[in-house]
Design a protein. Structure first.
Ligand SMILES: N[C@@H](CCC(=O)N[C@@H](CS)C(=O)NCC(=O)O)C(=O)O
Length: 296
């Protein structure tokens, strides 16, 4: 039996504040919808420890936005991870979800637990949730996590300026100090760029390692091929992989692409592949950020 969790009043107060202090991490915060308000006491308070450009974090946010379940985000400093001290977390990756006092690690597990709670709260009919997580949806969601999402990072750090652009979001994180912002954008971007075609030592740190691990030679070609495979075999001739409505696979691939939407790579991919119609259909339903009540 799931524990009933109550939402802190501070979350509702934060709704207004978030819109004022943090327009930079667009999209803007909108008032809670009726559906969102009705889930507030049953799904419970959700705080997502995240990186704004993490594909797995954006998958979870897309899921919550789709079903209008309110949540807060807390940006984790990629260099220090000091935000994890408050929750005493030994797990060093993002996303981490705090569901009330309960810590849940790993996006696949977080999605599963959230879907159970959304079902138990009656936010979405059981049959719809079953379809949302059908065997095929789970298979493609795993493909998205393990094959597709890993292609993104090498595609946004090919040069120092690309890397710098990708890390630009840190300058707009409300709780980062100036030192946090500057160190993350410069040091982070520098090492990511350096690691692209790097000596073995640096490859172990970042993108070079990813390229090697996943046998990626030409990152753009690999990303185009991934998109082609998704559209041909995942979505097919339906509006979504899930049919008339998105399923977990749609949400996973959308979240991965949404994660890099501030970059030139994102614009290029949307212009040069046939993914736009599907991407925009999901975006219209997800309405990114619509259920986020506080961004920190
Ligand atoms: N399987 C995990 C993968 C999470 C993951 O690899 N997250 C990356 C960011 S996209 C991370 O936290 N890397 C470690 C780091 O940045 O120090 C999940 O789905 O949540």
């Amino acid at each position: 039996m799931l524990r009933r969790l109550t939402a802190p009043v501070a979350t509702l107060g934060g709704l207004v504040t978030a819109g004022i202090v943090d327009r930079a991490l667009t999209p803007g915060v909108k008032p809670l919808t009726t559906a969102a308000t009705s889930t507030l006491n049953t799904v419970g308070p959700i705080r997502l420890y995240q990186y704004e450009i993490c594909p797995f974090c954006n998958k979870i946010k897309a899921l919550l936005d789709l079903y209008r379940v309110p949540y807060e985000t807390l940006e984790v400093n990629p260099l220090t991870k000091k935000e994890y001290k408050d929750i005493g977390s030994d797990y060093r990756k993002v996303p981490v979800a705090m569901l009330g006092e309960e810590q849940v690690n790993d996006s696949a597990v977080i999605a599963k637990v959230l879907l159970e709670r959304i079902g138990a709260a009656g936010v979405v009919p059981a049959a719809e949730l079953k379809h949302f997580s059908s065997p095929s949806a789970l298979e493609w969601a795993e493909w998205s996590d393990k094959k597709f999402s890993v292609l993104l990072f090498p595609n946004i750090t090919r040069s120092f300026s690309e890397s710098f652009e990708a890390f630009g979001y840190v300058m707009q994180v409300p709780h980062f100090s100036l030192l946090d912002k500057v160190s993350n954008q410069f040091v982070g971007a520098f090492f990511m760029w350096l690691a692209q075609d790097s000596p073995a030592l640096l490859e172990d740190l970042t993108a070079g390692k990813i390229k090697k691990k996943y046998f990626i030679d030409d990152e753009r070609a690999a990303l185009h091929a991934g998109i082609h495979e998704w559209l041909r075999d995942g979505v097919g001739d339906k509006p979504f992989a899930g049919g008339d409505k998105p399923n977990l696979a749609d949400i996973s691939v959308f979240g991965a692409l949404k994660a890099i939407d501030r970059t030139a790579a994102h614009k290029e991919i949307l212009a040069e592949t046939s993914i736009s119609p599907w991407y925009n259909r999901v975006k219209a339903l997800v309405d990114p950020g619509n259920s986020c009540t506080l961004r920190q």
